[in-house]
Ligand binder design. Structure first.
Ligand SMILES: Nc1ncnc2c1ncn2[C@@H]1O[C@H](COP(=O)(O)OP(=O)(O)OP(=O)(O)O)[C@@H](O)[C@H]1O
Length: 470
Protein backbone atom coordinates (compact mmCIF):
# COMPACT_ATOMS: atom_id res chain seq x y z
CA UNK A 1 0.00 0.00 0.00
CA UNK A 2 1.37 3.41 -0.96
CA UNK A 3 0.43 6.85 0.36
CA UNK A 4 -0.85 10.08 -1.19
CA UNK A 5 2.22 11.87 0.12
CA UNK A 6 4.49 9.46 -1.80
CA UNK A 7 2.41 10.00 -4.92
CA UNK A 8 2.44 13.80 -4.63
CA UNK A 9 6.18 13.93 -3.96
CA UNK A 10 6.93 12.15 -7.24
CA UNK A 11 8.55 9.26 -5.36
CA UNK A 12 6.35 6.76 -7.21
CA UNK A 13 7.30 7.82 -10.75
CA UNK A 14 7.89 4.69 -12.84
CA UNK A 15 5.65 2.53 -10.63
CA UNK A 16 3.76 -0.30 -12.33
CA UNK A 17 1.41 -0.90 -9.38
CA UNK A 18 -0.39 1.56 -7.14
CA UNK A 19 -2.62 0.83 -4.14
CA UNK A 20 -4.22 3.75 -2.30
CA UNK A 21 -6.92 3.51 0.35
CA UNK A 22 -7.24 6.81 2.16
CA UNK A 23 -10.95 7.68 2.24
CA UNK A 24 -10.53 9.42 -1.13
CA UNK A 25 -13.62 11.26 -2.39
CA UNK A 26 -11.97 12.54 -5.56
CA UNK A 27 -9.53 10.84 -7.90
CA UNK A 28 -5.98 12.09 -7.21
CA UNK A 29 -4.86 13.66 -10.50
CA UNK A 30 -1.22 12.85 -9.66
CA UNK A 31 -1.99 9.22 -10.57
CA UNK A 32 -1.96 10.32 -14.22
CA UNK A 33 1.72 11.21 -13.84
CA UNK A 34 2.32 7.42 -13.77
CA UNK A 35 0.67 7.08 -17.21
CA UNK A 36 3.74 5.66 -18.94
CA UNK A 37 4.16 2.73 -16.57
CA UNK A 38 1.08 2.05 -14.41
CA UNK A 39 -0.38 -1.43 -15.07
CA UNK A 40 -2.29 -2.16 -11.86
CA UNK A 41 -4.37 0.45 -10.05
CA UNK A 42 -6.12 -0.51 -6.83
CA UNK A 43 -8.29 2.24 -5.33
CA UNK A 44 -10.50 -0.13 -3.35
CA UNK A 45 -11.88 1.04 -0.02
CA UNK A 46 -12.36 4.70 -0.86
CA UNK A 47 -15.42 6.94 -1.42
CA UNK A 48 -14.98 7.58 -5.13
CA UNK A 49 -17.92 8.30 -7.46
CA UNK A 50 -16.14 9.40 -10.64
CA UNK A 51 -12.99 9.01 -12.71
CA UNK A 52 -11.47 11.98 -14.57
CA UNK A 53 -12.37 12.32 -18.27
CA UNK A 54 -8.68 11.93 -19.20
CA UNK A 55 -8.34 8.68 -17.20
CA UNK A 56 -7.54 6.81 -20.44
CA UNK A 57 -4.15 8.53 -20.46
CA UNK A 58 -3.21 5.47 -18.37
CA UNK A 59 -2.35 3.64 -21.59
CA UNK A 60 -0.57 0.75 -19.87
CA UNK A 61 -3.35 0.02 -17.38
CA UNK A 62 -4.39 -3.66 -17.33
CA UNK A 63 -6.04 -4.15 -13.93
CA UNK A 64 -8.37 -1.71 -12.17
CA UNK A 65 -9.83 -2.41 -8.72
CA UNK A 66 -12.53 -0.06 -7.44
CA UNK A 67 -14.09 -2.42 -4.91
CA UNK A 68 -15.93 -0.75 -2.00
CA UNK A 69 -16.42 2.71 -3.45
CA UNK A 70 -19.54 4.78 -4.19
CA UNK A 71 -19.85 4.58 -7.98
CA UNK A 72 -23.42 4.78 -9.28
CA UNK A 73 -22.38 4.28 -12.89
CA UNK A 74 -19.39 2.89 -14.77
CA UNK A 75 -17.46 5.89 -16.13
CA UNK A 76 -17.59 5.81 -19.96
CA UNK A 77 -13.90 6.71 -20.13
CA UNK A 78 -13.00 3.12 -19.19
CA UNK A 79 -13.92 2.03 -22.70
CA UNK A 80 -11.05 4.16 -24.01
CA UNK A 81 -8.36 2.39 -21.95
CA UNK A 82 -6.57 0.35 -24.62
CA UNK A 83 -5.18 -2.47 -22.46
CA UNK A 84 -7.67 -2.76 -19.61
CA UNK A 85 -8.47 -6.45 -19.03
CA UNK A 86 -9.69 -6.75 -15.48
CA UNK A 87 -12.17 -4.41 -13.81
CA UNK A 88 -13.73 -4.64 -10.36
CA UNK A 89 -16.62 -2.50 -9.15
CA UNK A 90 -17.54 -4.98 -6.42
CA UNK A 91 -19.66 -3.49 -3.60
CA UNK A 92 -20.48 -0.13 -5.16
CA UNK A 93 -23.86 1.46 -5.94
CA UNK A 94 -24.21 0.59 -9.62
CA UNK A 95 -27.77 0.37 -10.91
CA UNK A 96 -27.03 -0.25 -14.57
CA UNK A 97 -24.14 -0.65 -16.97
CA UNK A 98 -24.33 1.90 -19.78
CA UNK A 99 -23.82 0.84 -23.39
CA UNK A 100 -20.22 1.26 -24.45
CA UNK A 101 -18.79 1.89 -20.98
CA UNK A 102 -16.67 -1.28 -20.90
CA UNK A 103 -13.52 -1.74 -22.95
CA UNK A 104 -13.62 -4.39 -25.65
CA UNK A 105 -10.44 -5.84 -24.09
CA UNK A 106 -12.27 -6.90 -20.88
CA UNK A 107 -11.44 -10.48 -19.83
CA UNK A 108 -12.43 -10.40 -16.17
CA UNK A 109 -15.36 -8.30 -14.93
CA UNK A 110 -16.39 -8.14 -11.28
CA UNK A 111 -19.70 -6.38 -10.55
CA UNK A 112 -20.64 -8.41 -7.47
CA UNK A 113 -22.82 -6.79 -4.79
CA UNK A 114 -24.40 -3.81 -6.56
CA UNK A 115 -27.98 -3.00 -7.61
CA UNK A 116 -27.61 -3.67 -11.32
CA UNK A 117 -30.91 -4.50 -12.99
CA UNK A 118 -29.78 -4.57 -16.62
CA UNK A 119 -26.71 -5.10 -18.75
CA UNK A 120 -26.15 -3.34 -22.09
CA UNK A 121 -27.70 -4.97 -25.15
CA UNK A 122 -24.31 -5.08 -26.89
CA UNK A 123 -22.58 -6.88 -23.99
CA UNK A 124 -21.81 -9.68 -26.48
CA UNK A 125 -19.17 -7.42 -28.03
CA UNK A 126 -16.96 -8.36 -25.09
CA UNK A 127 -15.75 -11.39 -27.02
CA UNK A 128 -12.67 -11.84 -24.79
CA UNK A 129 -14.75 -12.13 -21.62
CA UNK A 130 -13.60 -15.14 -19.56
CA UNK A 131 -14.75 -14.46 -16.03
CA UNK A 132 -17.96 -12.63 -15.09
CA UNK A 133 -18.94 -12.03 -11.47
CA UNK A 134 -22.51 -10.73 -11.17
CA UNK A 135 -23.67 -12.25 -7.86
CA UNK A 136 -25.69 -9.99 -5.57
CA UNK A 137 -27.49 -7.80 -8.12
CA UNK A 138 -31.05 -7.31 -9.41
CA UNK A 139 -30.78 -8.94 -12.82
CA UNK A 140 -33.86 -10.60 -14.35
CA UNK A 141 -32.27 -11.40 -17.69
CA UNK A 142 -29.08 -11.36 -19.73
CA UNK A 143 -28.76 -9.65 -23.12
CA UNK A 144 -29.21 -12.09 -26.00
CA UNK A 145 -25.98 -10.82 -27.58
CA UNK A 146 -24.04 -12.53 -24.79
CA UNK A 147 -24.50 -15.77 -26.71
CA UNK A 148 -21.46 -14.39 -28.57
CA UNK A 149 -19.30 -14.40 -25.41
CA UNK A 150 -17.88 -17.72 -26.50
CA UNK A 151 -14.77 -17.41 -24.37
CA UNK A 152 -16.75 -17.19 -21.14
CA UNK A 153 -15.46 -19.81 -18.67
CA UNK A 154 -16.77 -18.71 -15.28
CA UNK A 155 -20.03 -16.92 -14.49
CA UNK A 156 -21.65 -16.12 -11.17
CA UNK A 157 -25.35 -15.26 -11.61
CA UNK A 158 -26.39 -16.20 -8.08
CA UNK A 159 -28.29 -13.89 -5.71
CA UNK A 160 -30.18 -12.08 -8.48
CA UNK A 161 -33.79 -12.01 -9.74
CA UNK A 162 -33.75 -14.64 -12.49
CA UNK A 163 -36.99 -16.60 -12.89
CA UNK A 164 -35.45 -18.45 -15.81
CA UNK A 165 -32.13 -18.67 -17.60
CA UNK A 166 -31.67 -18.49 -21.37
CA UNK A 167 -30.86 -21.75 -23.20
CA UNK A 168 -27.86 -20.23 -25.01
CA UNK A 169 -26.07 -19.87 -21.65
CA UNK A 170 -25.96 -23.66 -21.37
CA UNK A 171 -24.34 -24.10 -24.77
CA UNK A 172 -21.34 -21.77 -24.37
CA UNK A 173 -18.37 -23.94 -25.41
CA UNK A 174 -15.93 -23.01 -22.65
CA UNK A 175 -18.24 -22.46 -19.68
CA UNK A 176 -17.02 -24.65 -16.79
CA UNK A 177 -17.93 -22.84 -13.56
CA UNK A 178 -21.50 -21.52 -13.30
CA UNK A 179 -23.43 -20.47 -10.17
CA UNK A 180 -27.20 -19.91 -10.33
CA UNK A 181 -28.49 -20.17 -6.75
CA UNK A 182 -30.35 -17.48 -4.82
CA UNK A 183 -32.71 -16.57 -7.64
CA UNK A 184 -36.51 -16.81 -7.57
CA UNK A 185 -36.15 -19.93 -9.75
CA UNK A 186 -34.32 -21.86 -7.05
CA UNK A 187 -35.89 -20.42 -3.90
CA UNK A 188 -38.86 -22.84 -3.90
CA UNK A 189 -36.59 -25.83 -4.33
CA UNK A 190 -34.49 -24.70 -1.36
CA UNK A 191 -37.44 -24.24 0.96
CA UNK A 192 -38.52 -27.80 0.16
CA UNK A 193 -35.13 -29.12 1.28
CA UNK A 194 -35.12 -27.12 4.49
CA UNK A 195 -38.49 -28.55 5.43
CA UNK A 196 -37.46 -32.11 4.52
CA UNK A 197 -34.09 -32.08 6.35
CA UNK A 198 -33.90 -29.36 8.98
CA UNK A 199 -30.27 -28.61 9.87
CA UNK A 200 -29.48 -28.08 13.49
CA UNK A 201 -28.61 -24.52 14.51
CA UNK A 202 -25.80 -23.71 16.91
CA UNK A 203 -25.16 -20.39 18.66
CA UNK A 204 -21.72 -18.86 18.15
CA UNK A 205 -21.46 -18.69 21.94
CA UNK A 206 -21.54 -22.50 22.04
CA UNK A 207 -18.39 -22.66 19.93
CA UNK A 208 -14.90 -22.00 21.22
CA UNK A 209 -12.98 -20.70 18.19
CA UNK A 210 -9.32 -21.70 17.86
CA UNK A 211 -6.79 -21.02 15.08
CA UNK A 212 -7.65 -19.75 11.62
CA UNK A 213 -7.13 -22.82 9.40
CA UNK A 214 -8.33 -21.45 6.10
CA UNK A 215 -9.38 -18.28 4.38
CA UNK A 216 -11.30 -17.70 1.19
CA UNK A 217 -13.24 -15.01 -0.61
CA UNK A 218 -16.43 -15.81 1.26
CA UNK A 219 -15.34 -16.80 4.74
CA UNK A 220 -12.75 -17.45 7.39
CA UNK A 221 -12.39 -21.03 8.63
CA UNK A 222 -11.46 -21.73 12.26
CA UNK A 223 -10.74 -24.89 14.14
CA UNK A 224 -13.19 -24.92 17.04
CA UNK A 225 -14.57 -26.84 19.97
CA UNK A 226 -18.28 -27.33 20.13
CA UNK A 227 -19.22 -26.88 23.76
CA UNK A 228 -22.51 -28.51 24.77
CA UNK A 229 -22.48 -30.48 21.54
CA UNK A 230 -25.17 -33.15 21.18
CA UNK A 231 -23.44 -36.55 21.57
CA UNK A 232 -25.21 -38.10 18.62
CA UNK A 233 -23.28 -36.17 15.98
CA UNK A 234 -19.64 -36.98 16.66
CA UNK A 235 -19.63 -39.36 19.59
CA UNK A 236 -16.64 -38.42 21.75
CA UNK A 237 -15.06 -35.76 19.57
CA UNK A 238 -15.85 -32.10 20.06
CA UNK A 239 -13.47 -30.79 17.43
CA UNK A 240 -15.03 -29.11 14.42
CA UNK A 241 -14.22 -26.59 11.71
CA UNK A 242 -16.30 -23.40 11.62
CA UNK A 243 -16.72 -21.25 8.54
CA UNK A 244 -17.80 -17.71 9.41
CA UNK A 245 -19.11 -15.85 6.38
CA UNK A 246 -17.73 -12.39 5.72
CA UNK A 247 -21.00 -10.85 4.58
CA UNK A 248 -24.58 -11.43 3.57
CA UNK A 249 -23.65 -11.86 -0.05
CA UNK A 250 -20.34 -13.33 -1.18
CA UNK A 251 -18.74 -13.39 -4.63
CA UNK A 252 -20.42 -16.79 -5.10
CA UNK A 253 -23.89 -15.90 -3.78
CA UNK A 254 -25.80 -16.15 -0.51
CA UNK A 255 -24.36 -18.18 2.40
CA UNK A 256 -27.84 -19.66 2.98
CA UNK A 257 -27.66 -21.31 -0.46
CA UNK A 258 -24.31 -22.87 0.41
CA UNK A 259 -25.98 -24.51 3.39
CA UNK A 260 -29.08 -25.55 1.39
CA UNK A 261 -26.92 -27.17 -1.29
CA UNK A 262 -24.86 -29.04 1.34
CA UNK A 263 -28.13 -30.46 2.65
CA UNK A 264 -29.43 -31.32 -0.79
CA UNK A 265 -26.12 -33.01 -1.66
CA UNK A 266 -26.45 -35.55 1.16
CA UNK A 267 -23.55 -37.62 2.44
CA UNK A 268 -20.65 -38.90 0.39
CA UNK A 269 -17.29 -40.17 1.70
CA UNK A 270 -15.40 -37.56 -0.35
CA UNK A 271 -17.53 -34.54 0.48
CA UNK A 272 -16.80 -32.50 3.60
CA UNK A 273 -19.69 -33.06 5.98
CA UNK A 274 -21.61 -30.03 7.24
CA UNK A 275 -23.21 -30.72 10.62
CA UNK A 276 -24.82 -27.47 11.76
CA UNK A 277 -25.45 -23.86 10.87
CA UNK A 278 -24.89 -20.59 12.67
CA UNK A 279 -27.84 -18.35 11.90
CA UNK A 280 -27.54 -15.19 13.96
CA UNK A 281 -28.56 -11.70 12.90
CA UNK A 282 -24.93 -10.61 13.16
CA UNK A 283 -23.21 -13.77 11.90
CA UNK A 284 -23.88 -16.60 9.48
CA UNK A 285 -21.73 -19.70 9.43
CA UNK A 286 -21.30 -23.43 8.93
CA UNK A 287 -20.05 -26.07 11.34
CA UNK A 288 -18.19 -28.87 9.54
CA UNK A 289 -16.27 -31.99 10.35
CA UNK A 290 -12.65 -30.97 11.00
CA UNK A 291 -10.34 -32.25 8.31
CA UNK A 292 -7.14 -33.62 9.91
CA UNK A 293 -3.91 -31.65 9.47
CA UNK A 294 -2.54 -34.51 7.36
CA UNK A 295 -4.67 -33.14 4.50
CA UNK A 296 -3.48 -30.31 2.28
CA UNK A 297 -5.01 -28.38 -0.60
CA UNK A 298 -4.40 -30.00 -3.96
CA UNK A 299 -3.85 -26.59 -5.57
CA UNK A 300 -3.98 -22.85 -4.97
CA UNK A 301 -6.59 -20.39 -6.27
CA UNK A 302 -6.17 -18.73 -9.69
CA UNK A 303 -3.89 -15.71 -9.94
CA UNK A 304 -4.52 -12.48 -11.82
CA UNK A 305 -2.54 -14.00 -14.70
CA UNK A 306 -4.18 -17.43 -14.79
CA UNK A 307 -7.67 -15.86 -14.38
CA UNK A 308 -9.78 -19.04 -14.33
CA UNK A 309 -7.14 -21.70 -13.76
CA UNK A 310 -5.65 -22.79 -10.46
CA UNK A 311 -2.02 -22.24 -9.56
CA UNK A 312 0.38 -24.82 -8.13
CA UNK A 313 3.60 -24.88 -6.15
CA UNK A 314 6.34 -25.71 -8.62
CA UNK A 315 7.93 -29.11 -8.05
CA UNK A 316 5.23 -30.31 -5.63
CA UNK A 317 4.53 -33.52 -7.55
CA UNK A 318 2.64 -36.75 -6.87
CA UNK A 319 2.70 -40.19 -8.52
CA UNK A 320 0.33 -41.25 -11.30
CA UNK A 321 -1.46 -43.64 -8.98
CA UNK A 322 -2.23 -40.80 -6.55
CA UNK A 323 -3.46 -38.58 -9.39
CA UNK A 324 -5.78 -41.35 -10.54
CA UNK A 325 -7.06 -42.01 -7.03
CA UNK A 326 -7.84 -38.32 -6.51
CA UNK A 327 -9.63 -38.09 -9.84
CA UNK A 328 -11.64 -41.26 -9.23
CA UNK A 329 -12.86 -39.89 -5.91
CA UNK A 330 -13.67 -36.54 -7.50
CA UNK A 331 -15.63 -38.13 -10.35
CA UNK A 332 -17.54 -40.26 -7.85
CA UNK A 333 -18.36 -37.22 -5.66
CA UNK A 334 -19.51 -35.23 -8.70
CA UNK A 335 -21.70 -38.08 -9.99
CA UNK A 336 -23.26 -38.22 -6.51
CA UNK A 337 -23.94 -34.45 -6.51
CA UNK A 338 -25.61 -34.49 -9.92
CA UNK A 339 -27.64 -37.58 -8.97
CA UNK A 340 -28.94 -35.40 -6.14
CA UNK A 341 -29.71 -32.40 -8.32
CA UNK A 342 -26.78 -30.25 -7.19
CA UNK A 343 -23.99 -28.66 -9.18
CA UNK A 344 -20.89 -27.59 -7.28
CA UNK A 345 -19.93 -24.61 -9.44
CA UNK A 346 -16.34 -24.51 -8.23
CA UNK A 347 -14.64 -27.76 -9.24
CA UNK A 348 -11.07 -26.76 -8.59
CA UNK A 349 -7.93 -28.24 -7.07
CA UNK A 350 -7.92 -25.38 -4.53
CA UNK A 351 -11.23 -26.67 -3.12
CA UNK A 352 -9.88 -30.22 -2.88
CA UNK A 353 -7.91 -31.58 0.04
CA UNK A 354 -5.78 -34.74 -0.08
CA UNK A 355 -3.57 -36.70 2.29
CA UNK A 356 -0.50 -38.88 1.65
CA UNK A 357 -2.64 -41.88 0.75
CA UNK A 358 -4.44 -39.68 -1.80
CA UNK A 359 -7.69 -39.79 0.18
CA UNK A 360 -9.67 -36.82 -1.03
CA UNK A 361 -12.18 -34.45 0.56
CA UNK A 362 -14.05 -31.89 -1.50
CA UNK A 363 -15.77 -28.85 -0.04
CA UNK A 364 -16.76 -25.20 -0.50
CA UNK A 365 -20.33 -25.28 -1.74
CA UNK A 366 -20.40 -21.48 -2.01
CA UNK A 367 -21.06 -21.57 -5.75
CA UNK A 368 -23.33 -24.63 -5.68
CA UNK A 369 -26.78 -24.57 -7.32
CA UNK A 370 -29.93 -26.57 -6.79
CA UNK A 371 -30.78 -27.85 -10.26
CA UNK A 372 -34.23 -29.26 -9.55
CA UNK A 373 -36.21 -26.34 -11.00
CA UNK A 374 -34.19 -26.09 -14.22
CA UNK A 375 -35.67 -27.39 -17.49
CA UNK A 376 -34.27 -30.85 -18.38
CA UNK A 377 -31.98 -29.53 -21.13
CA UNK A 378 -30.40 -27.01 -18.75
CA UNK A 379 -30.12 -29.49 -15.90
CA UNK A 380 -28.29 -31.99 -18.10
CA UNK A 381 -26.09 -29.25 -19.51
CA UNK A 382 -25.06 -28.28 -15.96
CA UNK A 383 -23.46 -31.71 -15.63
CA UNK A 384 -21.62 -31.24 -18.93
CA UNK A 385 -20.46 -27.80 -17.77
CA UNK A 386 -18.96 -29.32 -14.64
CA UNK A 387 -17.44 -32.18 -16.63
CA UNK A 388 -15.52 -29.46 -18.44
CA UNK A 389 -14.27 -28.16 -15.07
CA UNK A 390 -13.08 -31.68 -14.29
CA UNK A 391 -11.35 -31.73 -17.69
CA UNK A 392 -9.48 -28.57 -16.66
CA UNK A 393 -8.58 -30.16 -13.32
CA UNK A 394 -7.20 -33.29 -15.02
CA UNK A 395 -5.18 -31.10 -17.36
CA UNK A 396 -3.90 -29.00 -14.45
CA UNK A 397 -2.76 -32.10 -12.57
CA UNK A 398 -1.05 -33.55 -15.65
CA UNK A 399 0.82 -30.31 -16.29
CA UNK A 400 1.61 -29.25 -12.73
CA UNK A 401 1.53 -32.15 -10.30
CA UNK A 402 2.26 -35.40 -12.08
CA UNK A 403 5.49 -37.31 -11.61
CA UNK A 404 5.37 -40.27 -13.99
CA UNK A 405 7.85 -42.69 -15.55
CA UNK A 406 8.41 -43.15 -19.30
CA UNK A 407 6.89 -46.60 -18.89
CA UNK A 408 3.62 -44.93 -17.82
CA UNK A 409 3.45 -42.64 -20.83
CA UNK A 410 0.69 -44.63 -22.57
CA UNK A 411 -1.49 -44.34 -19.47
CA UNK A 412 -0.71 -40.63 -19.14
CA UNK A 413 -1.75 -40.25 -22.78
CA UNK A 414 -5.08 -41.95 -21.97
CA UNK A 415 -5.60 -39.51 -19.12
CA UNK A 416 -4.76 -36.58 -21.42
CA UNK A 417 -7.30 -37.92 -23.94
CA UNK A 418 -9.92 -38.14 -21.18
CA UNK A 419 -9.24 -34.51 -20.29
CA UNK A 420 -9.66 -33.55 -23.97
CA UNK A 421 -12.98 -35.41 -24.14
CA UNK A 422 -14.21 -33.50 -21.08
CA UNK A 423 -13.17 -30.22 -22.72
CA UNK A 424 -15.08 -30.82 -25.98
CA UNK A 425 -16.64 -27.50 -27.07
CA UNK A 426 -19.88 -29.31 -27.99
CA UNK A 427 -21.49 -30.20 -24.67
CA UNK A 428 -23.34 -33.28 -25.91
CA UNK A 429 -20.03 -34.89 -26.91
CA UNK A 430 -18.62 -34.73 -23.38
CA UNK A 431 -18.78 -37.86 -21.21
CA UNK A 432 -21.01 -37.91 -18.10
CA UNK A 433 -19.40 -38.18 -14.65
CA UNK A 434 -20.24 -41.90 -14.48
CA UNK A 435 -18.43 -42.45 -17.81
CA UNK A 436 -15.43 -40.49 -16.53
CA UNK A 437 -15.41 -42.68 -13.40
CA UNK A 438 -15.48 -45.85 -15.50
CA UNK A 439 -12.61 -44.64 -17.70
CA UNK A 440 -10.50 -43.68 -14.71
CA UNK A 441 -11.09 -47.09 -13.15
CA UNK A 442 -9.88 -48.75 -16.37
CA UNK A 443 -6.71 -46.63 -16.50
CA UNK A 444 -6.09 -47.37 -12.84
CA UNK A 445 -6.49 -51.13 -13.44
CA UNK A 446 -3.90 -50.99 -16.23
CA UNK A 447 -1.57 -49.06 -13.95
CA UNK A 448 -2.00 -51.61 -11.18
CA UNK A 449 -1.13 -54.40 -13.61
CA UNK A 450 2.07 -52.58 -14.62
CA UNK A 451 2.98 -51.92 -10.99
CA UNK A 452 2.35 -55.57 -10.07
CA UNK A 453 4.42 -56.79 -13.02
CA UNK A 454 7.26 -54.46 -12.04
CA UNK A 455 7.21 -55.45 -8.42
CA UNK A 456 7.12 -59.15 -9.39
CA UNK A 457 10.16 -58.71 -11.65
CA UNK A 458 11.95 -56.71 -8.94
CA UNK A 459 11.16 -59.51 -6.52
CA UNK A 460 12.50 -62.06 -9.01
CA UNK A 461 15.62 -59.98 -9.60
CA UNK A 462 16.17 -59.68 -5.85
CA UNK A 463 15.79 -63.43 -5.32
CA UNK A 464 18.08 -64.12 -8.29
CA UNK A 465 20.74 -61.95 -6.69
CA UNK A 466 20.17 -63.78 -3.43
CA UNK A 467 20.69 -67.17 -5.09
CA UNK A 468 23.98 -66.29 -6.78
CA UNK A 469 26.72 -68.01 -4.76
CA UNK A 470 29.25 -65.64 -3.37
N1 LIG B 1 -13.73 -28.64 7.38
C1 LIG B 1 -12.51 -28.14 7.23
N2 LIG B 1 -11.48 -28.60 7.98
C2 LIG B 1 -10.23 -28.08 7.81
N3 LIG B 1 -9.93 -27.10 6.95
C3 LIG B 1 -10.91 -26.60 6.18
C4 LIG B 1 -12.25 -27.08 6.28
N4 LIG B 1 -13.02 -26.40 5.41
C5 LIG B 1 -12.21 -25.52 4.78
N5 LIG B 1 -10.93 -25.63 5.23
C6 LIG B 1 -9.78 -24.85 4.77
O1 LIG B 1 -10.19 -23.50 4.52
C7 LIG B 1 -9.96 -23.16 3.13
C8 LIG B 1 -11.05 -22.22 2.63
O2 LIG B 1 -12.32 -22.87 2.74
P1 LIG B 1 -13.48 -22.59 1.70
O3 LIG B 1 -13.01 -22.92 0.32
O4 LIG B 1 -14.72 -23.25 2.17
O5 LIG B 1 -13.62 -20.99 1.84
P2 LIG B 1 -14.20 -19.91 0.82
O6 LIG B 1 -14.20 -18.59 1.49
O7 LIG B 1 -15.51 -20.42 0.31
O8 LIG B 1 -13.13 -19.95 -0.35
P3 LIG B 1 -13.28 -19.47 -1.86
O9 LIG B 1 -12.45 -18.24 -1.99
O10 LIG B 1 -12.71 -20.64 -2.65
O11 LIG B 1 -14.73 -19.24 -2.14
C9 LIG B 1 -9.91 -24.50 2.40
O12 LIG B 1 -9.19 -24.42 1.22
C10 LIG B 1 -9.26 -25.41 3.45
O13 LIG B 1 -7.85 -25.24 3.42
Amino acid sequence: MQTLAQLDSGELLGATKLTLAAGLTTFPKAILSLADTLEVLDLSGNQLTELPTDFARLQQLKLLFLTNNQFEHIPAVLAACPQLEMISFKSNKLKAVATGSLPITTRWLILTDNQISSLPENMGQLHRLQKLALAGNQLHSLPQSMAQCRNLELARLSANQFSEFPDWLFTLPKLAWLALAGNPLSEDANSEIKTAQPMQTVALADLELGDVIGQGASGVIYSAKWIKQPDSLFGESLNVAVKLFKGEVTSDGYPRDELACCLQAGLHPNIIKVVAQINQADQLGLVMELIPRTYANLGLPPSLETCTRDTFVQGDVIELQQVLLVLMQMASAMAHLHDNGVSHGDVYAHNTMINFQASMLFGDFGAASNLNRLPTMQKEAMESIEVRALGCLIDDLLVNRLNSTTEQSALVAQLAQLSKDCLQPELSLRPRFNDVSAMLIEINKSLNKTLLKNSASRHLAASTVFEVPS
